[in-house]
Design a protein around this ligand. Structure first.
Ligand code: FAD
Length: 287
């Protein structure tokens, strides 16, 4: 099924993300986690893709397993920054062969050591390529409520986002954020600029202290005082921090639903117990 058809139903739904293993010896472990998350019946599951393409075979294999063995709608990610056009064409072909209908089209982070391949500069070029290979794919794109970390200003980032949407994006998923007002503000600003596609808020449950610094440095997300106090109080006790993190994420989701958002994407980080904690807390709301 296409993700856009799920979103157009306007029902309250949750989707989850998993990331493939970097090495084959961890494949079975990740597959088991993905299977347990799929058993929670999310609206769909996304499977990430290494920026350098290192996980490409595992992304395709896990996505195909989720779809063909467990009947889960999947969104397979694809990055282009370190790929040749030939490799991208091959991945599109593989996704098509495996019956995958949804692709999250991303540039990927530029490697610290610099790029060795220069076929793509921006995700919009990848979107054109996917569309020209097969216009029937449903395509997602990334967006950044606080502005992408490389961009000079949030307004400029929104102009580039508009270019990306005009290239053929069917829906957008946001970078993590910890204060919902950031999202409401962003939605207002993009709608004003004529970006009308559905936007899925991406919620990251922070369930251990180490994740905070990593997530902030990768995403540039602002940490609200309320969140900071939670980490300060529970960060050194793993069980308490996990519970507090799941509740914080669930409260964000409830506030989003209360304000009319119908679909939320959760960065479940291959942790079935975190995905289950959120689904159980929302059982009546999702019924
Ligand atoms: P783009 O849309 O190309 O934007 C990148 C930067 O270029 C922005 O600053 C933008 O403003 C600017 N820009 C765009 N077009 C132009 C233009 N024409 N001229 C000048 N500047 C321009 N990474 C992975 O490696 N694997 C994943 O699976 C993955 N999944 C993700 C899922 C989501 C929901 C999100 C939010 C991010 C994900 N990322 C993933 C991270 C993502 O690859 C990085 O954030 C990357 O730095 C930007 O990717 P993009 O697709 O948003 O790039």
């Amino acid at each position: 099924m296409k993700v856009i058809d799920i979103l157009n139903r306007h029902e309250v739904t949750i989707s989850f993300e998993v990331f493939p293993p970097k090495t084959d010896d961890r494949y079975a472990q990740v597959e088991e986690a993905a299977r347990k998350i799929a058993a929670l019946s999310p609206a769909f599951m996304s499977v990430t893709y290494g920026a350098g393409g290192g996980t490409s075979a595992n992304t395709a294999a896990i996505a195909a397993d989720l779809q063909n063995k467990y009947g889960t709608t999947v969104l397979a990610h694809l990055t282009c920054v370190s790929s040749t056009r030939a490799h991208v064409a091959e991945m599109i072909h593989i996704y098509r062969e495996k019956g995958i209908e949804n692709i999250m089209a991303l540039r990927g982070d530029i490697p610290k050591e610099g790029r060795s391949v220069f076929d793509y500069d921006h995700a919009s070029q990848l979107i054109y390529d996917i569309k020209s290979h097969d216009s029937s794919f449903c395509i997602g794109g990334a967006c950044y409520p606080e502005g992408h970390i490389e961009c000079e200003s949030p307004s400029e980032d929104i102009l580039h986002l508009k270019e990306k949407v005009d290239a053929g994006v069917d829906f957008l998923t946001t970078q993590m954020f910890f204060d919902n007002n950031t999202l409401y503000n962003f939605l207002y600003r993009i709608r004003e600029k004529g970006i009308e596609v559905p936007v899925l808020p991406g919620i990251m449950p922070i369930t251990n202290k180490r994740q905070v610094a990593r997530s902030v440095s990768l995403s540039g997300a602002t940490i609200p005082q309320r969140f900071r106090m939670m980490v300060d109080r529970f960060g050194d006790d793993p069980a308490k921090m996990k519970q507090a993190g799941i509740i914080y994420a669930t409260e964000q989701i409830i506030d989003l639903i209360s304000n009319g958002v119908t679909h939320i994407h959760v960065y479940s980080m291959n942790k079935p117990e975190i995905a289950a904690g959120i689904m159980n807390s929302l059982s009546e709301i999702l019924r």
